[in-house]
Design a protein around this ligand. Structure first.
Ligand SMILES: Cc1ncc(COP(=O)(O)O)c(C=O)c1O
Length: 410
């Protein structure tokens, strides 16, 4: 059975009539830029989260840039963010004229470690950008307490965390502003690029809406940029949004099943969820010292996996100028060679989840047998015995499946 990393076509088929009708409506109305679908999405998404404003824009990277520009940086100002994220979180700090200051992560949750933030603060520090990575909320109480104490702004990067909650409250409702990506593979994904910023601050919302539309439609109060959510993407998001709670639930069930199947296999560490956090499992990321061998084994077995990400941010060439060493970010640096993202999407069947679990079990059996010089464990598995469950799962596997679509890369 080939198991893709995500299967957006399966999701489309499950809501095809509504999607097709929504697209036809936009085309019928020629409501390509702004229009009723965009207004409706902004209204419904802000109401869902319980925030006053949603300013839609072209993607989650623009959302970060617009929010940072709105909160304002002068040359030399510093912004602290997580050493473990997608590069949008840090590149936009530089683009907005600031200096990126990376902070290491908590080893359990992969989110910024609040215990390390204060030592990074100096008079040039202006803000903190925590990332709710993989769908797990960062420790927002601790982060907001530090921000209040040092008079810093906070922008939450919620690109991977639609409907995740911290202490019962949706992420995106803690900081001065929060940004979302609706990249197709995200938990709430459009059929192209899309993003937004949410905030309770009226002045900030007004400035961001103007900045994203050339500094104000018909009255260019400032120089801005062109970053718009288009009508087709908004219409698709409007169709998908009511399904998001159910899809999130499905992700949690898959994660729980993976936890059951994988706990105790080799040296594998399944994702840990911090106290009072509701993870939405945009990604299900395990850790093992045998990461590269496991990834190869799974690829050969037809199971697609990803590295999110191949390096911690400070160790990419783009940040060589900062001169960081592994010892500066020991957690993020260690995790960069251990993390492996497994397939997770709401339409995964029990059989598919079981097959991924079996393939991982086979891999660890194989590693153990190879290191002790035994015969390959596949022979044992096919003869039933302790791995009868895997053999049974294998015998009922499908023989064809689409390959993983390219949208899975983030
Ligand atoms: C943590 C994080 N921040 C920001 C972004 C940027 O979003 P977009 O791809 O919509 O620009 C992403 C997208 O992958 C992300 O994962």
């Amino acid at each position: 059975m080939k198991i893709p990393f995500v299967d957006l076509h399966a999701q489309y088929l499950s809501i095809k009539p509504q999607i097709d009708a929504a697209i036809a409506e936009v085309i019928g109305q020629s409501a390509f830029i702004r229009g009723p679908q965009v207004d409706s999405f902004e209204r419904v998404w802000s109401a869902t989260l319980g925030v006053k404003h949603c300013v839609s824009c072209a993607n989650g990277t623009d959302a970060l840039y617009i929010a940072i520009r709105a909160l304002g940086l002068k040359p030399g100002d510093e912004v602290i963010t997580s050493a473990h994220s997608w590069i949008s979180t840090s590149e936009t700090i530089t683009q907005a004229g600031g200096k990126v200051v990376f902070c290491d992560t908590d080893n359990e949750t992969f989110t910024i470690d609040p215990a390390l933030i204060e030592r990074k603060i100096n008079p040039a520090t202006k803000g903190i950008i925590p990332v709710h990575l993989y769908g797990q909320p960062a420790d927002m109480d601790a982060i907001m307490a530090i921000a209040r104490k040092h008079n810093l702004w906070v922008i939450e990067d919620c690109a991977q965390a639609h409907l995740a909650r911290y202490k019962g409250k949706f992420v995106g409702t803690f900081g001065n502003a929060a940004t979302f990506s609706f990249y197709p593979g995200k938990n709430l994904g459009a059929y192209g690029d899309a993003g937004c910023i949410v905030t309770n601050d009226d002045r900030l919302a007004q400035w961001m809406a103007a900045f994203a539309r050339h500094g104000g439609k018909g009255d260019h109060v400032i120089e801005g940029m062109n970053s718009r959510l288009d009508g087709l993407q908004a219409a698709i998001l409007n169709v998908k949004l009511p399904h998001l709670p159910r899809w999130t639930d499905a992700r949690r069930k898959i994660a729980a099943r993976y936890d059951e199947l994988l706990t105790g296999l080799g040296d594998i560490i399944t994702p840990k969820v911090g106290p009072e956090r509701d993870h939405v499992y945009h990604l299900y990321v395990v850790r093992t010292e045998k990461r590269d061998a496991l990834r190869k084994y799974l690829t050969d077995a037809g199971v697609a996996t990803l590295l999110n990400y191949s390096k911690a941010l400070p160790f990419y060439p783009a940040y060589a100028y900062l001169g960081h060493q592994p010892a500066d970010f020991p957690v993020a640096h260690t995790n960069q060679s251990r993390i492996l993202s497994l397939p997770i999407y709401p339409e995964m069947t029990d059989e598919m989840i079981g097959s991924v679990g079996c393939a991982i079990k086979d891999a660890f059996d194989h590693f153990a047998a190879s290191s002790s010089g035994e015969r390959r464990p596949e022979l044992r598995i096919n003869n039933a015995g302790p791995s009868a469950e895997c053999a049974a799962a294998r015998s009922s596997q499908c023989t064809s499946h689409r390959s993983a679509p390219s949208v899975a890369k983030q």
